[in-house]
Design a protein. Structure first.
Length: 255
C-alpha cells in the first residue's frame, strides 16, 4: 500500500474515494487514472489488484509513487478472488479512513470518469446510493456485444421480478455510495463473491431503508484487454437472487 491517509478538500469530489479493482489491466490503468484526475482533481483513487500476472500491481505502485498530491493508493491482494471480494476489501479500506463517499468504477474505460460528476452531484443532492445507469432515458451502450447486452438486460429483468424492486440497472458497476450505507449494511453480510455483488449490495441498500437513484451514463465496451465474466458469475447471480427473492417474500408473509 502506498500513499498516506487524508481527507480530501475541494468541490464536487470532496471526500470521495474511487475504488478500481484490477486484474490484468496494465495498459488500461494509466489511461483511466489520467482521465479520472483530469476530470476531478480532488478525488482519491484506490486500486485493488489481485496479483495480476501481467504486472498491473507494479504499474499501480508506479502511478502512486508518481502522484505528488498523494491521491493514489494501492491494495495488493494475494490471489484473484472475484470482483465482489476485491470491492469489499477496497470499501473496508475506505471506511477505515475519512471518506464521505465511496465510488465503484471499472479500470477498462467502460465507465467514463468524465461522467463521475453526475453520480457525485446526485449524492450531494441527498441520494444514498447512486447507480450510473445504462437503462434510464439518456443512458447508452456503445460497442457492447449483443450477447452481453441480452445477458445484462435478462439479468436485470430477472432481478427486478424476483426481488420486486424497481431499479432499471441493478447489475451496473458504476456507483457511488454514501459511507453510511456501507456502514449500515455491514460488509461482512454481503454474500456474493463475483459480479452478483452488485445486485447483493443494491438489494441490501433497499432492505435497510436507503434510497437508490439512477443517473444516465454511457457504458462503452473496453478497447483493450478482456472481460473477466464467466459461467460461475452467472450461476452465482441466478441462485443468490432466487434465494433473496424467496426470503423477502417469506419475511413479508410473516409480518
Ligand atoms: N481485483 C480484481 N479485479 C477484478 C476481478 N474481476 C474483475 N476485475 C476488475 O473489475 C473490473 C470489471 O471487470 P470486467 O470483467 O471488465 O467487467 P465487465 O464484464 O465489463 O462487466 C461490467 O459490467 C457489469 C454489468 O453488466 C458489471 O456488473 C460489472 O461490475 C462491470 O462493470 C475491471 O477493472 C477488472 O479488471 C477480480 O477477481 N479481482
Amino acid at each position: 500500500m502506498s500513499g498516506s491517509d487524508q481527507s480530501v478538500v475541494g468541490q464536487q469530489g470532496a471526500g470521495a474515494l474511487v475504488v478500481v479493482p484490477t486484474f490484468n489491466e496494465r495498459e488500461n490503468l494509466p489511461l483511466i487514472t489520467e482521465r479520472l484526475f483530469t476530470s476531478l482533481g480532488d478525488v482519491h483513487l484506490l486500486i485493488v489488484d489481485d496479483s495480476s500476472p501481467d504486472g498491473t500491481g507494479e504499474v499501480a505502485d508506479a502511478l502512486a509513487a508518481d502522484d505528488a498530491a498523494d491521491r493514489i493508493h494501492v491494495l495488493h491482494r494475494t490471489a484473484k478472488d472475484g470482483l465482489g471480494k476485491a470491492y469489499l476489501a477496497g470499501f473496508a479500506w475506505g471506511l477505515d479512513r475519512d471518506y464521505r463517499v465511496i465510488v465503484e468504477m471499472d479500470a477498462d474505460g467502460s465507465h467514463a470518469p468524465e461522467q463521475l460528476h453526475r453520480l457525485l452531484a446526485a449524492i450531494n443532492d441527498g441520494a444514498d446510493l447512486v447507480i450510473g445507469s445504462r437503462y434510464v432515458p439518456g443512458g447508452a451502450l456503445v460497442n457492447w456485444p449483443k450477447r452481453r447486452e441480452l445477458l445484462s438486460k435478462g439479468a436485470n429483468t430477472y432481478a427486478r421480478i424476483a426481488l420486486g424492486v424497481k431499479v432499471n440497472d441493478i447489475t451496473a458497476g458504476y456507483r457511488a455510495f454514501r459511507r453510511e450505507v456501507l456502514e449500515t449494511i455491514g460488509l461482512d453480510r454481503v454474500e456474493s463473491a463475483g459480479y452478483c455483488f452488485q445486485i447483493d449490495l443494491a438489494w441490501r441498500t433497499l432492505q435497510n431503508g436507503f434510497t437508490i437513484r439512477e443517473v444516465p451514463i454511457t457504458f462503452t465496451e473496453r478497447a483493450i484487454g478482456e472481460s473477466k465474466m464467466d459461467g460461475g458469475v452467472i450461476a452465482e447471480s441466478f441462485i443468490n437472487v432466487a434465494r433473496w427473492g424467496v426470503q423477502g417474500r417469506l419475511a413479508k408473509l410473516r409480518r
